[in-house]
Write a protein that binds this ligand. Structure first.
Ligand code: NOJ
Length: 762
């Protein structure tokens, strides 16, 4: 693999694997050359003021997601007409995007079309499972399909660009935005990010059915100290390269059109101004040629960060750092021309940013037809289509994880004649839509109660009691939730119902707006008076199936000991209730696996399976070893874990050879058998451990997985290829290396229950 050497200002020499970004390859296609010529010819016509305009993104005021710049709507209109705005966010629908585009096309000198961006995180009108939930499907084809469906609905509404996927490795359940990504593992994050990018962008950005994607947040945002959103991040260079960057590199290689930087600092440097991240790594070393949008106001936020005195300083830092577009920060539009006049930045730097932005606009086909997504009849037909509802149901079913199923209480037996559906979320038609719900109609999801009623056999009686309210008052993106901490008046009725029923379905967890941006929590248990409800119901009836709805790993320690079954259903989107019911009644056999570790207590956070060994690794509780004196140190439900209504038996690992060298590869195979009585799917997982390396390495790292389906009694052999690259890491010499030596190799159905063997790289 080709290495590139970068000499940093600090004098440190870093080498990286050069990646295969499309535009870097020698065989640049004729279309790409054509686009480059067009970009140059437009740039040549532009005044400096117009160039700066392309680097400005305004909020359309339809959906504010943070403190705005204070630029008035009148000023914004003026700037649009003059062609001094490159992009807008939060302008939705054919009608509104057309209106805004017209302002530019009919009034500005050069008529450079706007690019409209929006947070389409897990659907536009049809909601799919929240990204963390969908990751539990470990189904990359599914992730590509839901992203493609979301892209079609988005494009049908006149929007060209989504600020997704988020690929921040997140290991802290307290962080509210853990719901928005793919959890704690870099490999899984990378795989699903690529699938989602393919889904959004398709093979051709110029198609009327695809939109540009955005790899975010670059970088380290998921490592906020104490899980508090926007908080300080401190990660070392090895952690950065081995854990945080791999999904972003995969995204760049997959040709993602844009990147978004992040609010956080890393080791004293806000990411928005990090030329190491944005220029040295992303643009130079990875050779990526799209554009980087700042996060909302993150350029101006360098003032409160304390590294810029005013907006002009902030703009200078961000420009040098490689940020191409200022999202609602008001720094570029007010400062760049002065900075150039003062000789603080060169116009070449501006030209590079503008070229990147124009390139994506050309790739999207906006110069051919600025109104290309403006078709009301398509908008009407595509949004919330039957086809998308079916896909939403498929995705929802596949995302459910069965955490506990004592005495096979699930699927619900024929002997059950009465079911009590209890809990604050049981008939909630809104929470399944989750946070970051784009244009979803409030209260449009199928609730669990509705789903049960849709699927229950006629002979079974279903009754409902709310028990307690989880939250009160208005729910919205910018409003803190009011959790009910006092009202337990409904518990008595719920308890009576539980007593008189054969089985209880207890639907508890988190409100839609408990996770998401700015929704960090110090506690990860059942908020409000839910604990009381759970305990009372458990005392009233021993047959309790807990249906969990949530956007983060929760502390389930009490429930895992006391209730008979736990079904992790996340926030599954528009078809939530139908998917849950199909699993409860055995119409679908759950196959999801956790993309994050579920802790025994919040005190274990951040908790993740791919930890380091430490110099004192004993897990047996000896005093001077790395442990807690009051609790086990492992996860309650580990990464990769999930039960099924059937059982799978893993054979021993077979190796094609036990040692190998450069240019060779080993095939590791395992035969998996369905030993139960129903058809089921299993995610076969491959992990490795580098036993001796130049830096400390994790005790296990996911390196491959395959989802298989098996009929009762059927076996399948799953094989993984292991080569030098798969074993490599960013080492002490700041290079990607593979050490000669021994590695443990594990294959199994979760990150703990694994068969093990050893291989050697010579
Ligand atoms: C701030 C969030 O951090 C980012 O993810 C989002 O895309 C922007 N706001 C725009 O809404």
């Amino acid at each position: 693999m080709k290495k590139t050497i970068i000499l940093l200002a600090t004098g440190v020499v870093l080498t990286f694997n050069a990646c295969k970004v499309k535009s870097q390859q020698s065989s640049t296609s004729a279309t790409e050359k054509n686009i480059e010529q067009k970009v140059d010819s437009v740039l040549a016509l532009m005044t400096l003021e117009e160039k700066v305009g392309q680097m400005v993104q305004y909020n359309g005021s339809w959906d504010v997601t943070g403190p705005a710049t204070g630029t008035t709507n009148e000023k914004k209109l003026e700037q649009l007409k003059k062609g001094l705005v490159g992009s807008m966010l939060n302008v939705v629908s054919v009608q509104h995007t057309r209106e805004a585009q017209r302002l530019v096309m009919e009034n500005s000198r050069l008529k450079i079309p706007l690019i409209f961006g929006y947070d389409v995180i897990h659907g536009y009108k049809t909601m799919f499972p929240i990204p963390l939930g969908e990751t539990a499907s470990w189904d990359m084809i599914l992730a590509e399909k839901t992203a493609a469906a979301a892209a079609r609905e988005t494009a049908a509404s006149g929007i060209h660009w989504t600020f997704a996927p988020m690929m921040d490795v997140s290991r802290d359940a307290r962080w509210g935005r853990i719901m928005e990504g793919a959890g704690e593992d870099p490999f899984l994050n990378a795989e699903i990010a690529v699938a989602r990018i393919k889904g959004f962008q398709g093979d051709d950005l110029a198609s009327n059915l695809t939109i540009a994607a955005c790899a975010k947040h670059f970088a380290g945002y998921g490592f906020a100290e104490a899980g508090r959103d926007y908080n300080t991040v401190n990660i070392g260079i090895h952690e950065l390269h081995n854990t945080i960057l791999p999904p972003f590199k995969a995204a760049a290689e997959a040709g993602v059109a844009t990147f978004m930087n992040s609010f956080n600092e890393i080791d004293g440097v806000p990411a928005t101004s990090s030329s190491y991240l944005q220029r040295d790594i992303l643009k130079d070393n990875w050779g990526w040629d799209g554009f980087i949008v700042s996060d909302w106001g993150s350029i101006s936020e360098m003032i409160p960060h304390g590294i810029a005195e005013n907006k002009k300083d902030a703009a200078l830092l961000a420009l040098k750092g490689g940020s191409d577009m200022d999202m609602e920060g008001g720094a570029y539009e007010t400062s760049i021309e002065d900075l150039i006049a003062e000789g603080k930045v060169s116009e070449e730097l501006i030209d590079d940013s503008v070229k990147r932005i124009l390139r994506i606009k050309f790739q999207l086909g906006l110069f051919d037809d600025p109104y290309k997504y403006c078709d009301e009849s398509f908008e009407k037909k595509e949004l919330y289509s039957k086809q998308n509802q079916n896909l939403s149901l498929e995705a929802a079913k596949k995302s459910i994880v069965l955490l506990k199923n004592e005495s096979d209480i699930l699927p619900i037996k024929k002997s059950v004649k009465s079911i009590a559906v209890i809990g604050p979320l049981a008939d909630d038609k809104d929470s399944p839509l989750g946070n970051w719900r784009a244009q979803a109609e409030p209260n449009s999801a199928v609730s669990v109660l509705e789903g049960i009623k849709n699927h229950v056999p006629e002979s079974v009686e279903v009754k409902y009691a709310e028990g307690v309210k989880l939250s009160t008052g208005e729910r919205s993106f910018l409003k803190p939730l009011t959790i009910n901490h006092t009202d337990i008046s409904g518990i008595a009725e719920a308890k009576e119902l539980a007593k008189s029923s054969d089985l209880v379905i207890l639907v508890v967890g988190e409100d839609a707006y408990q996770s998401g941006e700015g929704r960090s929590q110090a506690e990860i248990g059942f908020l409000g008076v839910q604990d009381e409800l759970i305990k009372e119901i458990q005392m009233a009836n021993k047959n309790v199936v807990m249906v969990l709805m949530n956007g983060r790993p929760m502390d389930l320690s009490w429930s895992s000991e006391h209730v008979s079954a736990i079904l992790e259903t996340w926030l599954l989107g528009s078809q939530h209730g139908n998917a849950v019911a199909e699993v409860l009644f055995g119409k679908y056999n759950p196959a999801g696996k956790l993309p994050v570790s579920f802790p025994r207590s919040v005190g274990q956070e951040p908790l993740y399976y791919n930890q380091k060994n430490t110099g004192r690794p004993s897990a047996n509780g000896e005093v001077t070893y790395s442990h807690y004196t009051d609790l086990d140190r492992d996860a309650l439900y580990p990464f990769g874990f999930g039960l099924s209504y059937t059982d799978f038996e893993y054979g021993d690992i077979q190796l094609s050879q036990s040692s190998f060298t450069k240019g060779e590869e080993i095939t590791a195979s395992v035969t998996v058998k369905n030993t139960g009585t129903v058809k089921g799917e299993e995610v076969v997982q491959l992990y490795i451990r580098d036993l001796f390396a130049s830096i400390t390495r994790p005790i296990k790292e996911l390196k491959g997985f395959e989802k298989i389906e098996l009929n009762p009694g059927e076996s399948k052999t799953v094989s993984f290829k292991i080569d030098e690259e798969l074993l490599s890491y960013f080492g002490r010499d700041k290079q990607w290396v593979t050490d000669a030596g021994k590695f443990h190799l594990f294959i199994g159905g979760d990150s703990v229950n694994l068969n093990q063997t050893e291989i050697e790289f010579k």
